[in-house]
Design a protein around this ligand. Structure first.
Ligand code: GDP
Ligand code: IMO
Ligand code: MG
Length: 429
């Protein structure tokens, strides 16, 4: 099983960046398949921290190819900023980085509209990252989007921009009372971006299929998490793409049979950034303590993350919709000091016990979580590298999670560093 998809199983920020960095060593190719620069993946290498938004963290490993697939929406300003940030830290960009010619571009009006649309929802706002993600995917589905290949052909780009600006400027000016965006400055800015990325652009689907035929090992990198999935998440409090593993096929142009194994990254507790229901969220004083211990602040927007107990109902749902083979449990060390730990095993709603995650948002919002309480282990786990050396109570906690969510654990992360990992099963063999 050499081709592996790594996905988030909660509301994002599970620690995918760390796990992908770790597994990149074993891969030839690391390919991102959905989302955009709403993602923030943090990787710690010795004392240095790297934050990735669009570029797969595999880029830190010399000799590996990193691909951005057609399913990703690309803000070129942000991408070029990320490339120069990484180059500034000594990372090389040569023939190790490729961008799909059929990926859609996030344009300046997408960002303005994303922010104003969310603001105008008032109390019902989703709390998006304001990066123009939803509005870019809207245009993709409406079949008016601008793709990378369009930008590289000046005539097509001018035509498509013209058509888009007619509608977008009308909306901005007449509906939202905002200033129009300027066609000439966008043209100039984007044509320059086009020249800067040209050498990275290719038919990623073709490239990847050929590489797979040659037996190259591929790591498929997911962003966000199952509960932010537009179909299986807490709709409408979701992102506008499918973070689940199946989307690696459509987001890269490979057959689903090529995804041989799926690893779900799961925090030992739960966090969420942005609005939307969160059944196991802590009370505010307790939440603040956990936020400090886990350094739970968004890597993209800096917003404090909401924190809560481990929710086995939602992770079981994530295991199912992703077809997960195993789990990488992260941030176990953050629970080290707790007297008691709790796991949510069901939701009580309108007198019934729900054991499976409901699609009705009202049920997620109004349910009462049913908890099992266990004793904490009250021991520092951050230096442990061997499963047998984990405190018994920590092992019992992990064991109970695997029973409840129906998936085994293959990795345990006990700190942000590469070495702070306990390996139970060798992946990508
Ligand atoms: P991602 O979006 O899923 O890649 O996750 P983020 O990078 O947004 O958030 C995870 C944060 O937790 C990052 O700051 C990581 O450095 C950190 N982290 C990852 N694994 C661990 C762990 O096992 N323990 C601790 N304490 N921090 C971790
Ligand atoms: P990574 O890859 C956590 C959340 C936003 C908001 C909702 C919709 O780092 O795990 P969007 O801008 O996508 O339209 O916002 O989704 N969100 C994330 N939360 N981690 C992420 O990515 C996220 N990407 C989007 O906070 O609630
Ligand atoms: Mg993140």
């Amino acid at each position: 099983m050499s081709n592996l998809a790594v996905v988030g199983t909660q509301w994002g920020d599970e620690g995918k960046g760390k796990i992908i960095d770790l597994l990149s060593e074993k891969a030839d190719i690391i390919a991102r398949y959905q989302g955009g620069n709403n993602a923030g993946h943090t990787v710690r290498v010795e004392d240095e921290e790297f934050v990735f938004h669009l570029i797969p963290s595999g880029i830190l490993h010399p000799g590996k190819k990193c691909l951005i697939g057609n399913g990703v929406v690309i803000d070129l300003k942000s991408l070029l900023g990320e490339i120069s940030y990484l180059k500034g830290k000594g990372v090389e960009f040569k023939d190790n980085f490729l961008i799909a010619e059929n990926a859609h571009l996030t344009m300046p009006y997408h960002k303005i509209l994303d922010k104003i649309i969310d603001e105008s929802r008032g109390k019902g706002k989703l709390g998006t990252t304001g990066r123009g993600i939803g509005t870019t995917y809207i245009d993709k589905s409406a079949r008016v989007g601008i793709r990378v290949a369009d930008l590289l052909d000046e005539e097509t780009f001018r035509e498509k921009l013209e058509i888009n600006l007619e509608e977008k400027n009308y909306l901005l000016e007449k509906f939202y009372n905002l200033e129009k965006v300027n066609r000439e400055s966008i043209l100039e800015e984007y044509l320059s971006y086009g020249r800067q990325i040209e050498n990275y652009v290719c038919n990623v689907s073709l490239y990847l299929n050929r590489a797979l035929d040659e037996g190259k090992k591929v790591l498929f990198e997911g962003a966000q998490g199952a509960l932010l999935d537009i179909d299986f998440g807490t709709y409408p409090y979701v992102t506008s793409s499918n973070p689940i593993a199946g989307a690696a096929s459509t987001g890269l142009g490979i057959g689903p049979t090529k995804i041989e194994e799926v690893l779900g990254v799961v925090k030992a507790y739960t966090t969420r950034v942005g609005e939307g229901p969160f059944p196991t969220q802590f009370s505010s004083e307790f939440e603040e303590g956990m936020r400090m211990r886990g350094r739970e602040y968004g890597a993209t927007t800096g917003r404090p993350r909401r924190c809560g107990w481990f929710d086995a109902v939602l992770v079981r749902h994530a295991v199912r919709v992703n077809g997960l083979d195993s789990l990488a449990v992260t941030k176990l060390d953050v629970l080290d000091e707790l007297e008691k730990v709790k796991i949510c095993v069901g939701y009580r709603y309108e007198g019934e016990l729900l054991e499976e995650f409901p699609s009705l948002l009202k049920a997620v919002r109004n349910c009462q979580p049913v908890y099992e309480e266990m004793e904490g282990w009250k021991e520092d786990t951050s230096q442990i590298r061997d499963y047998d050396k984990l405190p018994l109570k920590a092992k019992e906690y992990l064991q109970r999670i695997t029973e409840l969510v129906h998936a085994d654990v293959s990795l345990i992360s006990v700190g942000p560093g590469r070495k702070q990992t306990i390996v139970l099963k060798n992946l990508m063999q």
